[in-house]
Write a protein that binds this ligand. Structure first.
Ligand code: BDR
Ligand code: CA
Length: 311
């Protein structure tokens, strides 16, 4: 079967890290590159983290690109309190022997779109994708589809209305959701159904691999944050949902939707309005609504267990 060619647009972030490692370990996917954006931490850190992750996975062949350093309307804020000051749980890391590619993230994305069908997996603020659409309007016609982690229809995780990736750059999100490309979006309402537990972390450690140990260690502060925020340590795997959708498009239940982004609003800037009216049933934009966590966790563990770091 032909591999699905993907670019991961990301702001690592510990849950981005799990999503990236899952993609790198999945034989269904060809990861063409990792494009970085400011989000969970600043751009220098998210880019360094992508370098660290491809090195950790023994996949230094996957190029890393630097993208936009600021949201379209100027700085908003980071999520360092969730992911650690360095974005990956503040562990000690070896200096990665992986260069950042000299091509910019947006130029790389467009180049790949002109070379063949590409699915963009967007798991950070949407600044790079909006810039792509502004600079290369035909990008919307060239792409296979865009799978986004972002938004919330019930309750946000930065404000009551807004989820982080949309809150961080609502203007970019509005451009991306208004474009004529095919979008599958995984909001908090879906991603909160997918989580690892402390027992899973113990299992990862028991493998005795660098990847198992590091993933478990980097998720520790994330668990502590969840305990404080949600009163339990379940480790919500937001970003891995976008990768899981591409690995197995039958795994996540989806329905047709119209999405509107609130860019104004005294209390609701960054909110996502999902209309699931029957009028949108056949829309080319779909929202993920249900995932089976046991099935997801089994797949995630089986894939991560195959990764070996070089000596
Ligand atoms: C999203 O926000 C970030 O902190 C995570 O990496 C994820 O992409 C969840 O709201
Ligand atoms: Ca992210």
């Amino acid at each position: 079967m032909a591999l699905t060619r993907i670019v991961i647009d990301t702001d690592p972030g510990v849950d981005d890290a799990v999503a990236i490692l899952l993609a790198l370990a999945s034989p269904e996917l060809e990861v063409l590159g990792i494009t970085c954006v400011a989000g969970n931490v600043d751009l220098e850190k998210t880019t360094l983290n992508a370098q660290r992750l491809v090195a950790l996975a023994g996949r230094s062949d996957v190029p890393v690109f630097r993208g936009c350093a600021e949201p379209l309307a100027g700085p908003t804020g980071t999520a360092a309190e969730v992911h650690g000051f360095d974005g990956l749980g503040d562990l000690e890391w070896p200096t990665p022997r992986v260069e950042v590619n000299e091509l910019g993230a947006v130029e790389f994305l467009y180049r790949e779109l002109t070379r063949g069908r590409v699915t963009i997996v967007a798991i950070g603020p949407l600044t790079n994708l909006a810039t792509l659409l502004v600079e290369y309007p035909d990008a919307a016609d060239l792409v296979e589809r865009v799978v986004i982690m972002g938004g919330a229809s019930f309750h946000g995780n930065v404000t009551a209305a807004a989820e982080f990736n949309i809150w961080a750059d609502p203007e970019a999100a509005a451009i991306v959701f208004n474009a004529s490309w095919r979008i599958d979006v995984m909001p908090l309402d879906l991603t909160h159904q997918a989580f690892l537990t402390d027992a899973n972390l113990e299992e990862l450690r028991s493998w005795g691999t660098e990847v198992g140990q590091r993933v478990a260690d980097m998720l520790e502060p994330y668990a502590a944050f969840h305990l404080e925020w949600y009163q339990n340590r379940d480790l919500i795997m937001h970003d891995a949902m976008a990768v899981y959708e591409v690995i197995d498009p039958t795994a996540i239940v989806k329905s047709g939707v119209e999405v509107e982004i609130e860019t104004d609003g005294l209390f609701s800037r960054g909110a996502t309005h999902f209309s699931r009216s029957h009028r949108h049933a056949t829309s080319t934009t779909r929202v993920g609504t249900f995932v089976d966590n046991d099935r997801f966790v089994d797949l995630l563990k089986s894939r991560l267990a195959t990764l070996r770091s070089p000596n």
